[in-house]
Ligand binder design. Sequence first.
Ligand code: MRU
Length: 354
Amino acid sequence: MRAVEPIRWTSDGVVLLDQRRLPGEEIHHTYTDYRDVAKAIKDMEIRGAPAIGVAAAMGIALGVQQSKAKDLRELRADFANICDDFACTRPTAVDLFWAIERFKTRFDDLARSSDAGDGSVRKIQHALVDEAQKVHQERRDADERIGRFGAELMPKSGRVMTQCNAGALATGGIGTALGVIRTAVENGAGFEVLVPETRPYLQGARLTAWELHHDGIPLTLITDNMVGHFLKTGKVGAVVVGADRIARNGDTANKIGTYGIAVLAREHNVPFYVAAPISTLDLKLASGDEIPIEERSQEEVTHLAGKRISPDVRAAHPAFDVTPSRLIAAIITERGVARAPYEDSLTKLARAHS
Ligand code: MRU
């Protein structure tokens, strides 16, 4: 199965599939200005934690490539501004900050080994373009490995539930949660996928349903308020979701609604799995209480497809919630499967070389 490509580096610029227009239209935009890539992240033209990391990597490389700096000092100033612009786009997905840190380290290494002239500017420009493509390839490889580890944990039949979209669109590879599902199906599993629509942005209905349908994987779309009913009666053998940030103790931020699914899964003895790359771990944070939660616009709640569906009242829109690690049966990474106590298992995996 060939997964869809939400992002590509080309000689014309960074090409993004506009996820806001799916599933109705498949529109690609080619960006030659890094500010447009930053805006695309903020406006959710590209979304999903690992894909946001890839987009930030490509956007930073684009900004540095387009810089008019004449020497290292000027390039360093441009680079700092570019990184700051990306840091302000979305606060919860830690892959964004992981990518920025990785580029800062790479820039410093390259600068240390260069002279201060325009030759070093060109060398850094080329090296950061290579680095962005390396990040993208690493995401693809990580997804494949997550898929293989996670497929072992999936049931052979019945149903598997997911949440939001943790697929190819969200990573640039085969997906994390959907990578697990895709690999299990390729290995012969015969389950169907229950896809909650994921209000308010409808990543489940618009994106996950589209991806699975595209790959011929059987699915049933449900509304978010059907989750309890199906976990109680629907022969669900596992829940598998992605993550936007995982604290040291395993508490996991993911799309709003995930916490409720985890509580209901525990009530009905359904194992609840998180699938995420090592870049989604934030071991600086002791627990999920420290994870910043993005507040998005009220209009995404009061309006549906641009049409108001409520009276003119105040609406809340926390875009993520935090699932306590006690509800998580395992966290599936590209370096192996972590189980409680997560502080030990995640720290070991983070330190391990792949
Ligand atoms: O707001 P989004 O669409 O970026 O949120 C995406 C999710 O919550 C995903 O489940 C998460 O990023 C994991 S993606 C592999």
